[in-house]
Design a protein around this ligand. Sequence first.
Ligand code: DGY
Length: 296
Amino acid sequence: MRVLATRRLPGEAWNELRDVEIGTPDRRRDDVEVLIVANETVHEAVLDLLPSLRLVANFGVGYDRIDIAACRSRGIGVTNTPGVLDAATADLALALMLAARRRLVEGDDLVRGGDWDIHWADGPFLGREVSGATLGIVGLGRIGSAVAKRARGFDMRVIFHRLTRGNDAGYRELDDLLRESDIVSLHTPLSTETTGLLSRERLALLRDGATLVNTARGAVVDEEALIDELVSGRITAGLDVFANEPEAPEALRGLPNVVLTPHIASATVETRTAMTRIVVYNVLAFEHGEPLKTPV
Ligand code: DGY
């Protein structure tokens, strides 16, 4: 069974795979049956190059760059890595909330730059509380729920929005959630429904001094509009994801009111190792003719 993988994945489980070639699917290959990607684009043109393909195993829970319908119509299975990255992603969301609202990066820069020359009581580093704040979670799936659980430890009041309404007391229509929250954290997958979900008009609903945290996908937010809001200084943000990765817009880089991280929400040794384990389980299940472990 020939496996093509866009990269070697971390952790011991990787060694259980045989016959893996590292490379990109950029030329016709009649032998490749399994493709391992990290949400790199897999659309019709890629599938045309791999006529024997039967499985796309995605290293990651989000599969927005994989054309699921095209795979299905060709009888190609798709798997992802749900569950194992909820804690790490929720932890990073909390870290970004704390960093943005308590101005951690600004403070660190000041100290490192040797520019700390004022008494703490005169300091300009007044932030905004995380404890007791109202947290609006957009997308209350596994990761959103893990964020809610952590938020309770900070005495936050949690409200949420999700596509399927439900009767829970914390549910809000999206516009109401944006108006009511001190902090908004995004945990929705990227789809046609969620692309640009936080439009310019919606971003304008955020309270003055509110904080937007995005560990989901950059394109869920109108990035240009977000830049305008941040340049105006009206809000703060913690961003782990961007519309055009691995680039972060130049306009954000000099702003003190945004904390920027390079898509590291799942980047812990433990979580990435567990993600590889799931990829390998799926590939081996396919090889042995067993049901896929985590089909999309
Ligand atoms: C995912 O799993 O989709 C993330 O973006 C990578 O952690």
